[in-house]
Design a protein around this ligand. Structure first.
Ligand SMILES: [Zn+2]
Length: 262
């Protein structure tokens, strides 16, 4: 009798509640969820959009330690987060001027960060985030990874949240995913030639240090379209493309959506 009861319970729970996750519950990860259409989904108490066919998306920050609470139609799922080890590099004896930006550019940096923040906050109904991402530059060497951090003259700097593809100046850059351009700037202080794309439900991608920006704000772009060329604009030490992936203001590891080992 007891066995029969538990069997009934299993069937009941699986038929009334089904969810699958594509992505690992690891710091920095992008996670695509799929449940029944018409479901209501909350991630850590934040209500997220669900597509007409039941897809939703979220991400885990670089230093997240606490469990994720996923609520789907009153059902709670609690997932543990696996921690990662990031590369930490200490460099001492640097010229202070190179460690801190000059005061006269503070206002500019503040203004530009606001533009970027605004683009990342967009919560559109686009559903491109469901599709597979593609590598933006062919035959490039990965020279920088997500999460790494430098400690300059004893001061911990902002961690590196991108994935760096070193390539020759002028190398064509392809859109990793279809989307709509929400920011197109030829020369921002830190990031130089910069593009931001909206892919729906708070998922955005950034492309930085571009030599040429070949698309305009508001333009719809298909995956694989040429969007610009590799450069060293902004604060860059050499020609490379730095790509970023966000879920709203949370910075995710682009390697978790590209076929790159991290
Ligand atoms: Zn970078």
């Amino acid at each position: 009798m007891r066995i029969l009861l538990s069997l009934v319970f299993v069937i009941f729970t699986t038929s009334s509640f089904a969810v699958t996750f594509n992505g690992k519950f690891v710091q920095g990860s992008f996670i695509l969820g799929k449940t029944e259409a018409g479901s209501e989904v909350f991630i850590d108490k934040k209500k997220v959009k669900v597509t007409s066919d039941g897809y939703f998306v979220f991400g885990l920050s670089r230093d997240r330690k606490n469990d994720v609470v996923i609520k789907i139609n009153e059902k709670k799922i609690i997932k543990k987060i696996f921690k990662r080890k990031y590369k930490i590099q200490r460099i001492d004896g640097l010229d202070e001027k190179k460690v801190t930006p000059p005061e006269e550019v503070y206002e500019r940096i503040k203004k530009e960060n606001k533009w970027i923040g605004k683009a990342r906050a967009i919560d559109s109904d686009l559903t491109f985030f469901k599709n597979k991402f593609a590598i933006p530059v062919e035959n490039a060497i990965i020279t920088g990874v997500y999460g790494s951090q430098r400690i300059l003259n004893g001061k911990p700097k902002w961690p590196h949240y991108g994935l760096d593809f070193a390539a020759e100046e002028g190398t064509k850059i392809k859109a990793m995913l279809s989307g709509v351009v929400t920011l197109a700037e030829p020369d921002l202080f830190y990031t130089g030639g910069t593009l931001i794309f909206d892919h729906g439900h708070g998922i955005s991608t950034l492309y930085m240090h571009m030599e040429k920006v070949l698309v305009k704000k508001g333009q719809k772009v298909k995956q694989g379209d040429i969007i610009g060329t590799v450069g060293s604009t902004g604060r860059a030490t050499g020609a490379h493309l730095d790509v970023r992936l966000n879920w709203f203001n949370i910075r995710l590891d682009p390697a978790t959506v590209l076929d790159i080992k991290n």
